[in-house]
Design a protein around this ligand. Structure first.
Ligand SMILES: Nc1nc2c(ncn2[C@@H]2O[C@H](COP(=O)(O)OP(=O)(O)OP(=O)(O)O)[C@@H](O)[C@H]2O)c(=O)[nH]1
Ligand SMILES: [Mg+2]
Ligand SMILES: [Zn+2]
Length: 274
């Protein structure tokens, strides 16, 4: 049977078969849920929770949306989202909105490792000031895309921009806490003018990666791949072992210190939970 309180039984994006109710219009019964090809999942909220919460199914790509400021982005959040994308077979794209709030060269420099990791799949813009927004729709052509990120970064503003009208409600960020106010409260799939679909989601405060163990964590850090085989021990966890090629690469500046710190923090977090 299904676990209790499982909100993931049927989610936005699921392909289902229904039997239409002949008597009451627009009602029916879901009888079959087809296997999910891709998904964006996290561990459901709650201490020691081990329940998978699927946010959306069968989308092609994940836009990890953050803001240059108000609220400022946190690269550890981006790293978690990248792992979730990879786990769910989603193509990741990083969007940085509100670029008018920070100098552009600062953003480009600060996010250097993500430009390397994501190649062309990173875009910095401002929806409010309409800066670098011209090509935004191109990311969505003939694809289904979920937009996820913290509250207040402009996810719904993006949806409205792409649709060319204020279909969905947006909200201001709280001045006191510089955080969003969780304006969007449900997952919504909308058709776009260029044969694509976009899924707006409520702001994510914290993303706890669904089902990952310490041994597999390193495989989600693409930049470790090139050097890993040179570690002295085949079982190296790249934290304190001697002659670790990953640590060496961090010291030589080949691997970003921040990405490496993210790995260590996640490793310890997973270790504590298991
Ligand atoms: N300064 C600035 N503000 C922006 C920009 N884009 C959107 N905003 C504002 O940011 C606030 C939050 O926008 P939303 O689109 O509601 O944010 P959201 O990510 O959907 O937030 P949740 O639904 O709570 O997850 C609104 O007041 C927008 O007008 C931008 O480029 N610059
Ligand atoms: Mg919203
Ligand atoms: Zn190592």
């Amino acid at each position: 049977m299904f676990p209790e309180n499982d909100g993931s039984l049927v989610v936005v994006g699921d392909l289902v078969e229904i039997i239409v109710d002949e008597v009451t219009p627009f009602t029916g019964k879901i009888v079959v849920i087809h296997p999910r090809k891709t998904k964006l999942s996290r561990t459901a909220a709650g201490k020691n929770s081990r329940i998978e919460q699927v946010i959306v199914a069968n989308v092609d790509q994940l836009i990890i949306m953050v803001a240059a400021d108000d609220p400022a982005y946190n690269t550890r959040f981006i790293d978690r989202m990248l792992i979730s994308a990879s786990k769910g077979d989603l193509e990741p794209i990083l969007f940085i909105n509100k670029c008018e709030l920070m100098p552009l060269d600062f953003l480009q420099e600060d996010l250097e490792e993500y430009f390397k990791l994501l190649k062309n799949n990173i875009h910095i813009f401002s929806l409010e000031k309409q800066l670098y927004c011209d090509s935004l729709l191109d990311f969505f052509t003939a694809k289904t895309t979920v937009v996820a990120g913290p509250s207040g970064v402009g996810k719904t503003t993006l949806v409205n921009f792409l649709l060319g009208s204020n279909v969905m409600k947006t909200g201001s960020t709280s001045k006191k806490w510089k955080k969003g106010k969780h304006t969007t409260s449900s997952v919504t799939l909308l058709p776009l003018p260029n044969n694509g679909y976009i899924v707006d989601t409520p702001g994510i405060r914290e993303l706890s990666i669904w089902s990952i163990d310490t041994e597999e964590l390193m495989y989600y850090f693409d930049e470790f791949e090139e050097v890993r085989h040179r570690c002295r021990f085949a079982t190296c966890t790249h934290r304190h072992e001697p002659d670790c090629a990953v640590i060496e690469a961090v010291e030589n500046g080949l691997i970003s210190e921040r990405r490496y710190a993210s790995y260590v923090i996640l490793f310890e977090e997973i270790e504590q939970k298991s």
